[in-house]
Design a protein around this ligand. Structure first.
Ligand code: FES
Length: 103
């Protein structure tokens, strides 16, 4: 499955997303996010903004994710999520993702 990712420099690229990976793992393996808490929804370094209504295809954020996102730089109502909390889903094929600025 392929998604389009725009990095912090504004450069867009197509990236493969394989079953079993979280979105954070895809981005971390390409050195696009730090993911310093290892996927526990507390560091906020994996924050992404999702385009095109993709957020509506995801389950609601947990209280921990919501709290972390509140402290994030460039929080986008209806588009911000922590990529570590987004599991692989074929419904997200073609999704456009922008890596948020560092908090
Ligand atoms: S990896 Fe730390 S919040 Fe996602």
């Amino acid at each position: 499955m392929t998604i389009e990712v725009t990095d912090r420099e504004g450069k867009a690229r197509a990236m493969d997303w394989a079953p079993g990976q979280s979105l954070m793992e895809v981005l971390r393996d390409a050195d696009l996010v730090l993911a310093s808490c290892g996927g526990n929804a507390v560091c906020g370094t994996c924050h992404v903004l999702l385009a095109g209504g993709a957020v509506a295809k995801l389950s609601a954020p947990s209280p921990d994710e919501t709290e972390t996102l509140r402290g994030a730089a460039e929080f986008g109502e209806g588009s911000s999520r922590l990529s570590c909390q987004i599991p692989f889903s074929r419904e997200l094929d073609g999704m456009r993702v922008r890596v948020a600025p560092d908090s």
